[in-house]
Design a protein around this ligand. Sequence first.
Ligand SMILES: [Zn+2]
Length: 133
Amino acid sequence: MFTKEQRSGIMRRIKSADTGPERKVKRLLYKMGYRLLLQNRDLPGCPDFAMPRHKTVVFVNGCFWHGHTCKDGRRPKSNKKYWNWKLDRNLARDKRNAAILKRAGWKRIVVWECETREECNLALRLRKKLRAR
Ligand SMILES: [Zn+2]
C-alpha cells in the first residue's frame, strides 16, 4: 500500500510526533475550535493533523528537510551531491503527495517550523492560512 519512501516518511513522522513545533500548532488549532485527527497514517505524506470535517490536512514541516525558502532551508555547502539528491527526493515526494491529496479533495496547509518560533505570530499565520484554504 505504501512505497518504501512513504514508509520511511511515516517512521520519521511517528518519531517526531510530539516535538515542539507540532505541539504548538496542535494547541492553537484546538484553541481555535478545530477538532483534529492526529497522525493520519492513511493519508499520503502522513500529515501531522487532519481535520476531517473541513477536509483539511496540516503539515508541520521542518525547513531544512522540506526545502523552505528561509535561511534554515539553505542546503549545506559540503557534500552537495548527496544533499541535493536527498533533499530533491524529499521535495519530489512532498509534491507527489500534495497532488494525491488535492485529487482526493483535501485542502492542504503547510506550517513551517520557523513560523512556530513565536507563538503570537504563529496564531496570526495559522489564521491566515486557514482563511486562504
Ligand atoms: Zn523556514
